[in-house]
Design a protein around this ligand. Structure first.
Ligand code: AAO
Length: 460
């Protein structure tokens, strides 16, 4: 990939070759990480940039020491030559760049922000991309996010995906295929739609984060109670095709269709609420964002925490499990981490016991989990709620963790008591730092209900 002055994060989106060498490390280090992750059940998905090569910046050398020449359209390390790119004639615009998103041909045959646009109808190009992705599969990755999929013809992309090898049997079992997510920004209003890509894999559903941001910000008269049918009826993909997220690496910094609606880690209170809802709600395949803090905030190019050579720093882990060194690590925030476990646990159950009043909602997932959120600015959410859960004491996974096991299990946060009718009393103040409660059957305390004092929800 290119090496740019000031080392912006988006260097990664300008390949010079398919060598696995970057500011994050060598191929050996990458392979080692994938191997260690697979051993503990963590799958790795690679963000594959296969639509284009670098921007038209002239002659240069990439991070892995490969040369390129954009006047000649040559990338000898792959190798790609002028014959492998869409020509200006095929594109049809004066600049050679995409100028009009309402012209399908332009979007797919011209350059996205001046990035040299590969022609995937050429078998040489298809084969180079296939070899690159197969190399990653051999190293043990489980699948790919396909960058800029909207800028490739769906049938050509599909042919590449179908030509890939099965995942290695050692880690995945026999006959398993790579899991593919395509990046297609479609929020309505353009001729290219997300529906054109559902035959390839999961597709980004950008409306999801936008709408959730609007609802949790309470803009345009939106209210939490309207989320009762959040999903396809809101103009989104059928659940089984959707790849959902509150924010992504582009729109959290206003690249790629980011608006003020998007919620990010910079607003932690409401961000945690939106993520908790997403993770408890049975729609789409969810993704949790993990970021770094950047300064100044207006500079949307700032790269990751790095040493003086621009090499990405390792992530220091604090005693409490959070990250140091300017890494935000949203995925380690207790409220988000515990809701990931909630999602995995309640998988396959339906929403039941929906209750909604303005900006307060509560619902259960079958007889396994229950979530209540108070996004009202002034009213406490208080009363008896039907949780659907078996009788017992439960540790709220938003305000704390359940530690220990069996009769020795205890809760570091609030404990809730569910009676034989499945009902519990909740009290969520509107000014609480985490105005939510989430309980589930894996956080059921033993009969002694824990051995440390419980804490009221609402404390910070
Ligand atoms: C950098 C420089 C450029 C320079 C270039 C080449 O910033 O000035 O020309 O290098 O030297 C990332 C960065 C770019 C960076 C690039 C290469 O974000 O800043 O360029 O690396 O280093 C479109 C694509 C989508 C793409 C998104 C950014 O469709 O695929 O732009 N995302 C991916 C990655 C992203 C990466 C690339 C692709 C490139 O996630 O990180 O770029 O590899 C409309 C269209 C969308 C379009 C957006 C933005 O969106 O629909 O398709 O996304 O515009 O152009 C409303 C509409 C919504 C609309 C939006 C914004 O919300 O509903 O549809 O407004 O107008």
């Amino acid at each position: 990939m290119v090496w740019s002055p000031h080392r912006p994060w988006w260097e990664r989106y300008q390949p010079v070759s398919y060598k696995l060498i970057s500011r994050s490390g060598s191929e050996q280090e990458f392979a080692d990480m994938v191997e260690r992750c697979n051993k503990v059940g963590v799958r790795i998905f690679v963000d594959a940039v296969i639509n284009h090569m670098t921007g038209d910046s002239g002659i240069g050398v990439g991070i892995a020491d490969s040369t390129f020449n954009t006047y000649e359209q040559s990338y000898p390390a792959v190798p790609y030559s002028i014959h492998d790119f869409n020509s200006k004639e095929k594109c049809g615009t004066q600049s050679g760049n995409i100028e009009n998103y309402n012209n399908v041909n332009e979007v797919r045959n011209c350059r996205l922000v001046s990035l040299l646009d590969l022609d995937q109808s050429k078998s040489w190009v298809k084969d180079r991309i296939r070899d690159y992705l197969n190399h990653l599969i051999r190293l043990g990755v489980a699948g790919f996010r396909v960058d800029a999929s909207k800028h490739m013809w769906p049938d050509e992309l599909k042919a590449i995906v179908e030509s890939l090898n099965d995942l290695p049997e050692t880690h995945f079992g026999a006959g398993q295929r790579a899991f593919v997510f395509t990046e297609v920004i479609d929020m309505g209003g353009e001729p290219i739609t997300k529906y054109e890509y559902t035959g390839i894999g999961r597709v980004t559903e950008f409306l999801y984060g936008m709408k959730l941001g609007e609802v949790f910000r309470r803009w345009n008269n939106q209210k939490l109670e309207y989320l009762q049918f959040f999903g396809e009826s809101w103009g989104m993909l059928p659940s089984g095709y959707a790849w959902t997220f509150v924010d992504n690496h582009d729109n959290q910094r206003k690249h790629g269709g980011g608006g003020d609606m998007v919620l990010t880690f910079w607003e932690p209170r409401v961000y945690k609420m939106a993520n908790a809802f997403m993770l408890a709600w049975p729609y789409g395949y969810t993704k949790v964002m993990s970021s770094y803090y950047w300064y100044p905030r207006e500079d949307t190019d700032v790269g990751p925490p790095a040493d003086s050579y621009g090499n990405t720093n390792t992530v220091p882990i604090n005693d409490d499990g959070s990250c140091g060194g300017n890494w935000a690590c949203e995925h380690r925030w207790r409220q988000i981490r515990n809701m990931v476990a909630f999602r995995n646990l309640v998988h396959g159950t339906a929403v039941e016991n929906w209750w909604g009043r303005g900006d307060q909602i509560a619902f259960s997932r079958g007889r396994k989990g229950f979530l209540a959120i108070n996004n009202d600015y002034s009213q406490t959410m208080s009363g008896e709620f039907y949780t659907g859960l078996p009788e017992g004491f439960y540790c709220d996974c938003i305000s704390g963790d359940m530690l220990g096991s069996g009769d020795n299990a205890y809760c570091t946060g609030q404990t809730l008591s569910v009676n034989s009718m499945g009902r519990t009393h909740i009290n969520i103040r509107s000014d609480s730092e985490n105005p939510m409660i989430a309980i589930h059957v894996d956080y059921k305390l033993g009969s002694k209900r824990g051995n440390i004092p419980t804490r009221r929800n609402g404390g910070k």
